[in-house]
Design a binder for this molecule. Structure first.
Ligand code: URA
Ligand code: CA
Length: 444
C-alpha cells in the first residue's frame, strides 16, 4: 500500500492494521515517509482517533524504533512510576526510595524539566557530585545493591518519538490523546520496567486541562499496558496548585528529605499522593497484601528512616555527597543571596491558583529552563505558604522566594500575585486525588 492510501484510510475514520502502523513508523524514522505525509497522518489521527488496539500497535512500533533496556537480570518485579508533569511534584524522590525500602526494585530513567514543570534529573543534580549519566552496568549495580536508582536516559531510546514530537509541535497535533499515550508509553516500555504506575495530572499546571481528558488518557495508557502484557495502573491527580510547597530543585530535594524524615504531616497533599503511588507499586510488585498493608509498610519506612537511607545510598552510588540529605545539612543546599516574602494584597480565601504561572515564576528566578540550553540555579525557587482554601489577611505571607538574581523580581512578583487568587468567599476546593484507573475500569 502506498502511504498516501494509508493516510486516506485514517482520514476516512478506518482502523489501521498492525502492518500499516509498523510501516508508517519504520518509514518515518528511515526518512522514506517525508514530514508532510507524516504531518497529514498525525492530523488524521488527531481528528479520527485510534482504538486502544491501534494505539498499542503504534506504541510497540515506536518502542522498537531504537534501543530498549533489558532489566531481566535484576531481581524481582521491576517497578517504575511516571508523572505527566507538574509543579512541585517531588514524588519520585520520595516514592522510589520508599518502595525500595519495602523490598521493591526501582530502576528508573527520568527526564529534565522544561518550561513550567520540574524534572527529576535537575533535582538530583542539585545535590553536589551527583552524576545522572551512568553506564548501564553501573546503573544495574546500584539497583542491585540499593534497590533503587534513577538516572538520565541512556542509549537511543524511541527515536520515533523525538522525530514525531518535533513535528507535532509545529503542526498542532500535540494534543491528540492516542499520540500522547503512545509517546509516553513507548518511552516507559522501552526503559524496561515490568509494572508502571502513572500519575496523570489535570488542571492549570498540567497537559490535560480537564478531568475527563485526564481519565481518557489514563485509561488508554493502562489499556496499552494490558494489550502488550505489562501491568500499568494510573492515578488522576490535581494540578490546580503545586503538589508540594516547594518549587525549585534543591528546595524540592529538601522537601523530599523532610517527608522521608517524618516532618511532613499525613494530611499534606504531597504525602498523600506519595502514599497512593507507593501503594500501587507495592501491590503490583506483590510486596503487600492490600492497600492498608502497603500504606502501613510505607509509613513504617518513613518512621524508621530506611526510606531516607535508600535515597542517600542511591546518591552515594551516583557519586553525590549524601551528607546533604539530612535534616541538619539540607539547608546548605538552599542558601541564596536573599529571601523575598510575597504578601497578600487583600484579605479573604485562597480560592484558586494557576499552577503553571507559579512554575513559570520559579523558572524566571532561575529554577528552570525556558530553552533547552538554559542553565539552572539549583538553590533558587519558591516555597508556598498557603494552599487553596486557606484564609489569609492582607499582609500575610503567600510565598517565600529564594533569590540569587533579582533583575526580574518585580515581574516574578506580579506573575505570582496574578496566579494566587484571593476572594471574599471560600468557594469549592477540588480534591487532590480524582481516582484510580486500572485494567478493570475499562468501559468496553
Ligand atoms: N509527554 C510526552 O512524553 N509526550 C507527549 O506527547 C506529551 C507529554
Ligand atoms: Ca516529575
Amino acid at each position: 500500500m502506498r502511504f498516501v492510501d494509508t493516510i486516506e484510510k485514517k482520514a476516512d475514520g478506518n482502523v489501521l492494521s498492525k502492518e500499516e502502523i509498523h510501516e508508517m513508523i519504520t518509514g518515518f524514522v528511515d526518512g522514506s515517509i517525508p514530514d508532510y505525509q507524516m504531518s497529514s497522518m498525525m492530523m488524521a489521527i488527531l481528528q479520527k482517533g485510534m482504538t486502544p488496539e491501534e494505539t498499542a500497535e503504534l506504541t510497540m512500533a515506536m518502542m522498537h524504533s531504537g534501543d530498549t533496556v533489558d532489566l531481566s537480570d535484576l531481581p524481582g518485579v521491576k517497578l517504575d512510576k511516571h508523572s505527566t508533569g507538574g509543579v512541585g511534584d517531588t514524588t519520585t524522590l520520595v516514592v522510589a526510595p520508599l518502595v525500595a525500602a519495602c523490598g521493591g526494585t526501582v530502576a528508573k530513567m527520568s527526564g529534565r524539566g522544561l518550561g513550567h514543570t520540574g524534572g527529576t534529573l535537575d533535582k538530583l543534580e542539585s545535590i553536589p557530585g551527583t552524576c545522572i549519566e551512568q553506564p548501564m552496568d553501573r546503573f544495574k549495580e546500584i539497583v542491585k545493591e540499593n534497590g533503587v536508582c534513577v538516572i538520565g536516559q541512556t542509549g537511543n531510546l524511541v527515536p520515533a518519538d523525538k522525530k514525531m514530537y518535533a513535528l507535532r509541535d509545529v503542526t498542532a497535533t500535540v494534543r491528540s490523546i492516542p499520540l500522547i499515550a503512545s509517546s509516553i508509553m513507548s518511552k516507559k516500555l522501552a526503559s524496561g520496567a515490568d509494572a508502571i504506575v502513572l500519575d496523570v495530572k489535570t488542571g492549570t499546571g498540567a497537559f490535560m486541562r480537564t478531568k475527563e481528558e485526564a481519565f481518557t488518557l489514563a485509561q488508554l495508557m493502562v489499556d496499552i499496558g494490558t494489550l502488550v502484557g505489562r501491568e500499568v495502573r494510573a492515578v488522576v491527580t490535581d494540578m490546580n496548585q503545586p503538589l508540594g510547597m516547594a518549587v525549585g530543585n534543591a528546595l524540592e530535594v529538601r522537601e523530599a528529605v523532610q517527608l522521608l524524615s517524618g516532618m511532613i504531616p499525613e494530611t499534606d497533599p504531597l504525602y498523600d499522593v506519595c502514599m497512593l503511588l507507593g501503594t500501587q507499586m507495592l501491590l503490583m510488585g506483590g510486596l503487600a497484601k492490600d492497600e492498608a498493608d502497603a500504606r502501613a509498610q510505607l509509613q513504617a519506612h518513613i518512621k524508621d528512616g530506611s526510606g531516607l537511607k535508600k535515597l542517600q545510598g542511591m546518591i552515594t552510588g551516583m557519586g553525590g555527597d549524601a551528607s546533604y540529605l539530612t535534616v541538619e545539612n539540607m539547608e546548605k543546599l538552599v542558601r541564596v543571596k536573599q529571601h523575598v516574602s510575597l504578601k497578600a494584597e487583600s484579605s479573604g480565601y485562597i480560592s484558586s491558583m494557576n499552577a503553571e504561572s507559579i512554575g513559570t515564576a520559579a523558572q524566571m528566578l532561575g529554577a528552570g529552563r525556558a530553552k533547552k540550553e538554559d542553565l539552572i540555579d539549583p538553590a533558587v525557587g519558591l516555597v508556598m505558604k498557603v494552599r487553596c482554601g486557606d484564609q489569609v489577611q492582607a499582609g500575610d505571607e503567600l510565598c517565600d522566594l529564594y533569590v540569587n538574581q533579582d533583575g526580574n523580581l518585580s515581574d516574578v512578583e506580579q506573575l505570582l500575585h496574578s496566579a494566587i487568587h484571593i476572594t471574599a468567599e471560600k468557594g469549592e476546593i477540588e480534591p487532590m486525588v480524582y481516582g484510580l484507573v486500572t485494567r478493570d475500569t475499562r468501559k468496553n
